[in-house]
Design a protein around this ligand. Structure first.
Ligand SMILES: [Zn+2]
Length: 264
């Protein structure tokens, strides 16, 4: 089984506009049209059994509509996280809604939401996520949307994870997109899950292998950041790594099943 734990999909009515906007920022090819239908077809073609959608509330007012939509996505090869905007007045109570809806965790994108993840004012949110058993997935490291300020570098993610050890933290992009030396310094060995999305585009094979082995393969999640890479690229990178079949299986699905409490 292969689970892609980092997939972006948009509601049909905004997929086209969102795609054009994101592509202008990312400046790399987009491998789906960002709709649910196309993503389901492509994931299947790429050999992915389950995709985990990670939506992002870029404004406080979007939380509920995003979570209402995320709930409808969860069938036929897709499950979803919910999103809150950390500065929304009702962010705390929206976490109850995410739990009630049966969504699998919370996605936060500090560069789109303009907040520092280790800021203590957000700790009540994290404590509630931990209490509800909701993992939180962060974009980490560089993002072209905010080239001058990196809101979630490895050091801040570590500070947060150490402050709230009961929280299940997922650092996308190996825990620090394009900051892999800092990942080795601050993330490796910590109580943090890392996903391998985008690594084929920006990380050397040798450093990739060193990071996942030293960190512990039981805390590494297969992911692509679809549509910005195709999972085939991450699969190839993972299969090239000198890991046992059991270790590879953990990364491809076993760790995610356990972390997300997913009923296969
Ligand atoms: Zn992403």
């Amino acid at each position: 089984m292969v689970i892609d734990t980092h997939v972006h999909v948009f509601p049909d009515n905004i997929a086209k506009k969102a795609g054009a906007k994101l592509q202008a920022v990312a400046q790399i090819p987009c491998h789906t049209d960002l709709t649910e239908a196309d993503t389901r077809i492509k994931l299947k073609e790429w050999g992915i059994d389950l995709g985990v959608v990670l939506p992002i509330a870029t404004k406080p007012s979007q939380q509920r509509s995003i979570n209402n939509w995320a709930k409808t996505v969860q069938h036929g090869g897709l499950i979803s996280f919910g999103s809150i905007h950390p500065d929304a007045e009702d962010a705390l109570s929206e976490l109850d809604t995410i739990k009630e809806y049966g969504l699998y965790g919370v996605k936060l994108h500090p560069d789109y939401q303009c907040f520092f993840p280790d800021d203590e004012k957000y700790f009540p949110l994290y404590e509630k996520m931990a209490a509800l058993g909701l993992p939180v997935a962060f974009h980490t490291g560089y993002d072209p949307v905010s080239p001058d300020v990196i809101y979630a570098p490895p050091e801040r993610i570590r500070a947060l994870a150490r402050a709230i050890p009961a929280l299940k933290v997922i650092g996308a992009h190996l825990g620090g997109h394009m900051q892999y030396d800092e990942v080795e310094k601050y993330i490796v060995g910590e109580n943090i899950y890392i996903d391998i999305s985008m690594a084929p585009l920006t990380c050397r094979q040798e450093q990739f292998e060193r990071i996942i082995k030293n960190h512990g393969v039981d805390k590494v999640l297969f992911a692509s950041d679809c549509p910005w890479t195709t999972p085939g690229m991450e699969l190839q990178m993972l299969r090239k790594a000198s890991l046992s079949p059991e270790e590879t299986e953990l990364i491809l699905a076993g760790n995610a099943i356990k972390l997300l409490n997913y009923n296969v």
